[in-house]
Design a protein around this ligand. Sequence first.
Ligand SMILES: *Cc1c(COP(=O)(O)O)cnc(C)c1O
Length: 383
Amino acid sequence: MTTREWGAIYKEMGAKPVINATGSVTLLGGSTPVPEVKAAMDAADSAFIPLIELEQVAGDRIAEMLGVPAAYITSGAGSALTLATAAFMAGTDNAKIEQLPDTTGMPNEILIQKRQRYWYDRCLELAGAKLVEFGDENGTSEDDLRNAISDRTAAVHYVVYEQRPKDPNVLTLEQVIKITHDAGKPVSVDAAGQIYPLENFGKYVKMGADFQCIAAKYMGAPHSTGFALGTKEVIDAISRHSFVGYETHRIRGIGRPHKIDRQEIMGVVAAVRRWFSIDHEERLSIAEGQSQAILRPLKGIPGVRAELNTNIMGHQPYGVFIDLDPDVVGFTNADLVQKLRDGDPSIWTRVPDGASRLELHVFGLGEGEAELVGNAIVAAVKG
Ligand SMILES: *Cc1c(COP(=O)(O)O)cnc(C)c1O
C-alpha cells in the first residue's frame, strides 16, 4: 500500500503534494493521463520507430477522426502556436527555417485584436515574430483589421473561449477569416480547450482557419502534449520546422527543443480516440456530482455564497463558485485561498485573474477529494 498512498512518492522525496481544486492548470501538473492513454504509452515502449513517420501517421489518424485536412502532435498547445508562427513566416524554405528567429526578409507580424491579448500570446513571439495589436480596448472594427494587414503580416491570430460570455466588441472569427483571406493572409486560432461539444473539436479549421491548436492536457493525454490542426500546407511546414524536421531532414529549425516522445505521440492518439468513444453524458454527470459534493457541506453556512457552475462547454465542465461575505466571515476570498493552501492537506484553489470569487473545478480531484474540499472550506470559515 505504501507507494500507492496519496502523494507518497513525492513525500518520500521531501516534496509536498497538494489537492487540486483549481482544475487543469499547468502550475500544478495539468492532467493525469487516463488508463487507455497509459496503456498506449506502455505499448509504445516495445519498439523504436522513425518519429517523422510516426508523426505523419499519428497526425493522419487524428485528422481523419476530426474531419480536418491535417494534424501534427506537439509538446503542448503552446508549442503548436510557436511552430505555426514559424510556418507562417518561413513556410517550407529551408534557408528561412534555419534563419529563424531572425526574421529579416520575412513577413513577421502576427496581428491580434487588442481585446484578445491573453496569457499565451507570448508563444506567438518565440520563433521571432512580433505581436501587433489592432483595434483598441473598446473594440475593433473591420477597417481596423483591413488597415493593419500589410506585406509584413505573417498571420492574424484569434482566440476562442466558447465557454465564456461572447465579447460583442471583438470581430467574430467569421469576419476575421473573410477579411484576412481576402487580403491573402492566413488565420491562426487558439482553441486549446474547445474539445466539447464534439462539434467544436476542430471546428475552427473547418470554418476556414489555416491553423488551430488543441491542448491534449485537457483530454486525458500527458500534460506536456498538444496538437496542431490545419491545412496540409501549414502542417507540412510545421513538420519541417519541428524536431523531426531538424533530425530527419537536417534542417536546423527553432522546433528542436519542442521534442515529444513516441510514447506521448501514441498517448495523444489514444486520448483522441477515447474522446470520440466515451459517454460524455456520463463524464458530465460525474463532474456535476463532484461539484455537488463540494457544495453540500457549504449549504446554509452564514456568509458563504456557494453556487454550481453550470458550464459544460470546453474542457472542464461544472465546478463551484464561492463568494464570502467578509463582514460575516471575517476574511476575504483571497484569504480563503491562502487558508486552504496552508491547510493539511494543502488544497489549491484560485480567484481567476479579473474575477472576484473563487472558481473551483473538479478536473483534478481524486476519489473522495470533493467532499474533503467542501469540508475544508467549512472548517476554514468556522475557524
Ligand atoms: C493551456 C492553454 C494553452 C497552452 O497549452 P499547453 O499545452 O499547456 O502548452 C494555450 N492556450 C489556451 C487557451 C490554453 O488553455
